[in-house]
Design a binder for this molecule. Sequence first.
Ligand SMILES: [Zn+2]
Ligand SMILES: [Zn+2]
Length: 368
Amino acid sequence: MKTLAAVFEEVGKRLEIEELELDPPSSGEVLVKLKATGLCRSDYHVMAGDWRSHGPLVLGHEGAGVVEAVGSGVTSLQIGDHVILSWSPACGRCLQCLVGRPALCHAIQETAYRNLMADGTTRLHRDDVDVHAFCGCGTFATHAVVAQSAAIKVAKDIPFDIAALVGCAVATGIGAVWNTAKVAPGDSVLVVGCGGVGWAAIAAARVAGAMVIVAADPNPKALEAAEEAGATHTVQIGEGDVRDEIRRITELQGVDYAFDTIGRQDAIRLGFETLRPGGSLVCVGMPKDGTQLGVDVLELIRQEKTIMGSWYGSCQPALDFPRILKANQTGMIQLSGLVGNSISLDQINAGFDLMASGTVGRTVIALD
Ligand SMILES: [Zn+2]
Ligand SMILES: [Zn+2]
């Protein structure tokens, strides 16, 4: 069959909307008619050349839609099911899967994380040329064939734009707070960067009972959104001495947890240096290839600080996506507050231009 997709060819070129050939689902795979997909900074990293990737590649990894066909051996899904795509289509059998860390699955390091299906091939083609799908998803398209473990069934009354965002930004931000750090009632939290992931981390910290939630961002509009998500304090990066301000807010203690959602060395250092002794820095934001931490090791030792990475919010998608949607349904977290502009697939390049200019709220492509 045919699918209409936004294709990345090489760094510096705009995404091209074109019709591609899409194979039917193989064993253990499903065909999904995509309904909504969010624009994520990770797609932009590829387009900007921050990460080594080669085209032709259908970007997009934050999507939701409806199952339209199932391959042989698919037991967990049926035609008509509504699904959120997960970009860690784990094998379910390796050590990391067995200990509940599917995003660290051994098998997908060489497959999905190299934009290939589990059998090392691809389902997308342009004439004789194989076209890859980002993280085994490729959601900037009307249709995608994905592994059944990449399609998480959800209730049919969930709006597709909200469902899509759960698949990356929301799971990453909420999971970093609930799963990786395990923020507890009374804790103090700093979130550096208040885009989609930072917004979700703030909302999660509020639900977890954090008493002080400091949002830090250079963009005043992002700080306004952070306050709506639950930040108790905001500090504008680039205005005055941000470190001093955070120390003052925490009565000179520093924060228990700092979450960097930007992935730049200056942001990571801001988080590290404003921790209380014994506090933990959680690195969530994706940096460019080769970014170094650049923190003071004596300070790390003498103040017994901890640095941890959080990949996909340490989530188990089949467990965490429904849990997050429950929090949304009960009003504990209002994910509608994260949905920004709605655009069509052919406006995708303009959408990324908006992201680069610092728009607030997640831009979502409606694929109906
Ligand atoms: Zn993403
Ligand atoms: Zn595995």
